[in-house]
Design a protein around this ligand. Structure first.
Ligand code: CP
Ligand code: NVA
Length: 304
């Protein structure tokens, strides 16, 4: 499949059909790989990857994904680029567009990605910004579809910080019509505009009570209380112990509820070991699915 949008910065660029189409392509690519190898649909294509922040999953899944589709990825740490000496993002975008067929960037300020996309002649993918993490949500919804065999009619409970991953999760819910209940402390709610947008096509509940969110939930999701851009240790006091996903909270959801976490996780903070390492956790499939969704996305954005 091919996408209409040139870039993927938030998920709002996608139609519901495209979003579900990407998930279905990812499931097909996964099956194809397990049988042996994928077709080299990105032969001779190159992905430039810019990282302003650390990464394990995003970096490796994009690099391995390009290789498995017959292409190649170049890893660029922003502090080793001329960006660190003041070269503009506009000039960087124009330069990288002459060497590569796609740019993936992990940045602090989301506006930097917008400037990168506006000046690059090749597709730009958000590999996480302070505001959004669209690639993570593709993998999360693929995992939900694999485990629940459907997306329609499900309920997601997001517990903790209304952060970048939560903002993108709201877009994912809006694209699929899944209901989402978000439990955060006061002042840690997700982005107001995203909530407004999501409410147009799905049920969004905002609460300060994790047990209100988890009621009848099919999927419980958490993430670190301190994101890379938000490392203030005092934040923890606002979240603990109330917003920790533990056995009691899991028991309050549906019996067959699954637990998702984008990783990296801080055990005994946002989630107990008993939950993340327990039978309802699907975090390793979720991490693996970053590879398959990354590949579907690259193949759909890099037009021959
Ligand atoms: N979930 C995720 O994006 O992981 P990394 O920070 O390791 O890339
Ligand atoms: N919310 C986390 C996600 C890490 C993949 C962060 O931004 O650090």
């Amino acid at each position: 499949m091919k996408l209409k949008t040139k870039d993927l910065l938030t998920l709002a660029e996608l139609t519901p059909k495209e979003f579900v189409g990407l998930i279905d392509s990812s499931i097909k690519l996964k099956k194809e790989l397990k049988k042996g190898a994928n077709k080299p649909v990105l032969k001779n294509k190159t992905l430039a990857m810019i990282f302003q922040k650390p990464s394990t999953r995003t970096r490796v899944s994009f690099e391995v994904g390009m290789y498995q589709l017959g292409g190649h990825a170049v890893n660029l740490s922003s502090n080793e680029m001329q960006l660190s000496r003041g070269e503009s993002i506009e000039d960087t975008a124009k330069t990288l567009s002459r060497y590569s067929n796609c740019i993936m960037a992990r940045v602090y300020d989301h506006k930097l990605l917008e400037a990168l996309a506006a000046n690059a002649s090749v597709p730009v993918i958000n590999g996480l910004s302070d505001s959004f993490h669209p690639c993570q949500i593709l993998a999360d919804f693929m995992t939900i579809k694999e485990k629940k065999k459907k997306l329609k009619g499900l309920k997601i409970a997001w517990i903790g910080d209304g952060n970048n991953v939560c903002n993108s999760m709201l877009y994912g819910a809006a694209l699929t019509g899944i209901s989402i209940s978000v439990a955060t402390p006061k002042g840690f709610e997700p982005n107001k505009n995203v909530i407004k947008e999501a409410k147009k096509t799905c049920t969004v509940e905002l609460t300060t009570d994790p047990f209100v969110a988890s009621k009848n939930a099919d999927v419980i999701v958490s993430d670190t209380f301190s994101s890379i851009h938000n490392l203030d240790k005092k934040r923890l006091k606002k979240f603990l112990p109330k917003y920790q996903v533990n056995d009691k909270l899991m028991k309050s959801a549906k019996k067959d509820a699954i637990f998702l976490h984008c990783l990296p996780a801080k055990r005994e903070q946002e989630v107990t070991s008993s939950v993340i390492d327990g039978p309802q956790s699907v975090v390793w499939d979720e991490a693996e699915n970053r590879l398959h969704t990354q590949k579907a996305l690259l193949a759909a954005l890099i037009h021959a």
